[in-house]
Design a binder for this molecule. Structure first.
Ligand SMILES: [Zn+2]
Length: 498
């Protein structure tokens, strides 16, 4: 025995898009439940038998299964292959339309194997794929629910009969069974916060919003950690000799996925709407190690997003403080490397009518998230957003914003947040005219218009300081509050009233 393990990971590829391929919340929940049941530890143990054990060093993430077995002298490829075949067959039965991949590697700790073998293999495409079987009858009618796979039969659905593919057939459960399984991300959140369940459909979820919101808009929020890879790799590379760091290596992944879950529960609980209704008003679709995807009423989105990001930062800092101190002692003292900061998270937020297809929203929220991360190179928490109803589905006309501009460390209002609360009090029709003037003729015209109708004070924090007023003709110029007028007018649409 070498003390090393062979780690074998399985994951659903593009899991968010797969879950979102049926338009309604009912089909989505059913797929999410199927995934949660299929990847629950007890069932995985049955599937892998004596070939492996569930990997205790890996944190929990939806759609991901990690197993391990002790590395023996000689080859282990045959055992990996048998494991993959069993697991793929099992996952395929549960989720007929999903695409899976598996990757494996050998080493002393999961963290090191993940950073040095598994992740590079995934990047280079050195993975084993398992694809849905292709249609035996190429002329079969396409599925009327997802429009992705060929239909295999006609079934009753709530409003008639539909030709469905195998995957949509699995999602077509009766309404009374369409409640969140306790192992699904929604079921877990419900267990964590202990309130009445979320509504049955996206329409009903949007209807929970305030009367002023129109009660027909939802926000899709995608969150992902910043620089976790850097942190994990540094931890994997250092501290082979240090007992405390070795111990941290084995437990940090689980601790961080618990921090993600706790941040989600805290943010959901602190929503004004949750407090008012004593009901779950956030539907989580996927909760991974450091990523989260949720839907919620549009007028709750900024509350949720800013609270989640702050809570996440606080909890991750708490979990990593000791490890980072030791790591930085080694890095800075010995190698002269820059000190590492605790990882943070960024968010992409998309606003649209409740009837907008979820798969498009998931795609768009993911793009906004990438833009937010890229704008700050993953070095600080940030947000980017798009209002599809007001601005169309194209790239937003305003830049991403750093989180610290919108929310203080202690949760208090920043100068920009206070100014936004004032801007919300300007009637929506005036704000729409200001947006039009800004887009048509620039900030000088917008400022003149605001002055005429008595709202100049409300927009002044989003204009450059008076001694730099000559820069007014540039959109995205530095402003007093750190946020430009275009971004501020856009944020104000769904900014919560104080
Ligand atoms: Zn289908």
């Amino acid at each position: 025995m070498t003390g090393a393990y062979v780690y074998v990971d399985f994951g659903a590829v593009r899991i968010q898009q797969y879950l979102a391929r049926t338009p309604g919340l009912r089909g989505h929940r059913a797929a999410s439940n199927n995934l949660a049941r299929a990847t629950a530890a007890a069932l995985i143990l049955e599937v892998i038998g004596d070939l492996a054990e569930v990997n205790p060093e890996a944190g929990r993430a939806d759609g991901v299964v990690s197993v391990r077995f002790p590395a023996a002298e000689g080859g282990c490829e045959e055992r990996v292959r048998r494991l993959q075949e069993r697991m793929f067959a099992h996952l395929r039965r549960a989720l007929p339309g999903a695409e899976f991949q598996s990757v494996w590697g050998e080493g002393e700790s999961y963290l090191a194997v993940y950073a040095h073998i598994l992740q590079p293999k995934v990047r280079r495409g050195q993975v084993r794929h398992d694809l849905p079987p292709s249609a035996e009858f190429p002329l079969a009618v396409p599925c009327r629910m997802c429009h992705v796979d060929p239909a295999v039969g006609v079934e009753p659905v709530p409003d008639g009969l539909l030709a469905l593919c195998l995957d949509c057939s699995r999602r077509n459960v009766p309404r009374r069974q369409a409640v969140a399984d306790t192992r699904s991300p929604e079921g877990q959140l419900l267990q964590d916060i202990g309130l009445a369940p979320a509504p049955d459909s996206f329409t009903d979820l949007a209807a929970l919003g305030s009367a002023a919101s129109g009660r027909n808009h939802l926000a899709t929020v995608a969150v992902d950690g910043n620089a976790f890879g850097l942190f994990f790799k540094a931890l994997a590379d250092e501290g082979g000799q240090d007992a405390r760091l070795r111990e941290a290596k084995a437990s940090i992944s689980t601790a961080l996925s618990l921090a993600t879950r706790a941040a989600l529960a805290n943010a959901a609980l602190e929503l004004p709407l949750t407090v008012e209704r004593e009901q779950l008003c956030v539907v989580p679709h996927v909760v991974g190690g450091d990523d989260v995807l949720v839907s919620l009423p549009a007028d709750q989105a900024w509350w949720f997003t800013l609270t989640f990001l702050k809570e996440f930062e606080r909890l991750v800092r708490k979990e990593t403080a000791e490890v980072l101190d030791q790591l930085n002692e080694l890095r800075v003292g010995r190698a002269g490397l820059p000190a590492l900061e605790a990882p943070t998270a960024s968010a992409g937020v998309v606003f649209a009518r409740a009837s907008h297809p979820l798969n498009l929203l998931v795609e768009s929220a993911g793009m906004r998230l990438s833009e937010a991360k890229a704008a700050f190179r993953g070095r600080q928490a940030s947000v980017h957003w798009l209002d599809i109803t007001a601005d169309g589905a194209e790239y937003p006309g305003h830049p991403p914003v750093a989180l610290h501009l919108l929310r203080n460390g202690d949760g208090g209002a920043t100068a920009a947040a206070a100014a936004l609360s004032r801007l919300v009090e300007v009637p929506a029709s005036h704000r729409a005219r200001l947006t039009e003037a800004l887009r048509g003729s620039g900030p000088l015209t917008a400022a003149a218009l605001a002055d005429r109708v008595g709202h100049l004070d409300a927009i002044r924090p989003f204009l450059p300081p008076l001694n730099r007023i000559d820069q007014l003709d540039q959109i995205g110029q530095p402003s007093v509050s750190g946020i430009g007028l275009g971004a501020a007018l856009n944020l104000a649409r769904w900014w919560p009233c104080a």
